[in-house]
Design a protein around this ligand. Sequence first.
Ligand code: AP5
Length: 213
Amino acid sequence: MLKLIIFGPPSAGKGTQAQRLSKKYGIPQVSTGDLLREAVAKQTPLGVKIKSYLDTGKLGPDDLIVQLIKDRVSQPDASNGYLLDGFPRTIGQSTELDKMTEIDLVLNINVDLELLVERAVGRRICTKCASVYHVKFNRSKAEGVCDKCGTALIQRDDDKEATVRNRLNVYKDQTAPLIDHFKKKGNLVDIDGSKGIEDVFLQMTAAIDRLSK
Ligand code: AP5
């Protein structure tokens, strides 16, 4: 059983690393952002309610998000653990998570502000398989096309610079305070996210592998 949180500001590299860790450790990536974008694309009742939050970079209501997570982690593929990506993001969500389960490790990615903006604005995603690319740091082999499934890549609506800066403020006000909470619990490890994708991955796997020693 392995339960992890990948934590950090918008475009720190949570999704990029979560996809790789999920493959290496055989546990699903549970990304609230991906689940919400899927709900919006399918126009489910949740998607209709949540769309305006995503468009403006505000956080969705805690009760909806907590229910989404509870439903997802009760699926059979999460029976050996999971990797939470983008959850919890408020004190309220963290309190609910503490009631649900114990987390083995929180991987806290640190990256400077201006680099975060550059990473977000240059990000391109695949709407079919959720693979993540960057126009400068992590290019697809053929421009604008997903390497894995051949779907056209898009820029997320919330990756326009003004919305990115808004999301960074939301992170600072509502999400960063959780770092102290994790530190008190003693399960947080800091990761230098300014390094390249492979280096960041190695820092993370080293921290996870120390758990079993
Ligand atoms: P969400 O999708 O979770 O967005 P986020 O936290 O803002 O995180 P991002 O997806 O922007 O970035 P990331 O850290 O995954 O970075 P990535 O790997 O893509 O949430 C979106 C919205 O949903 C929120 O604004 C909110 O409205 C709502 N929401 C979600 N969760 C919620 C919750 N719990 N409660 C309430 N509302 C919620 O990398 C970014 C780019 O950098 C990519 O192009 C990548 O290729 C590149 N890159 C990655 N690593 C590196 C590296 N080491 N070096 C160079 N480039 C890199």
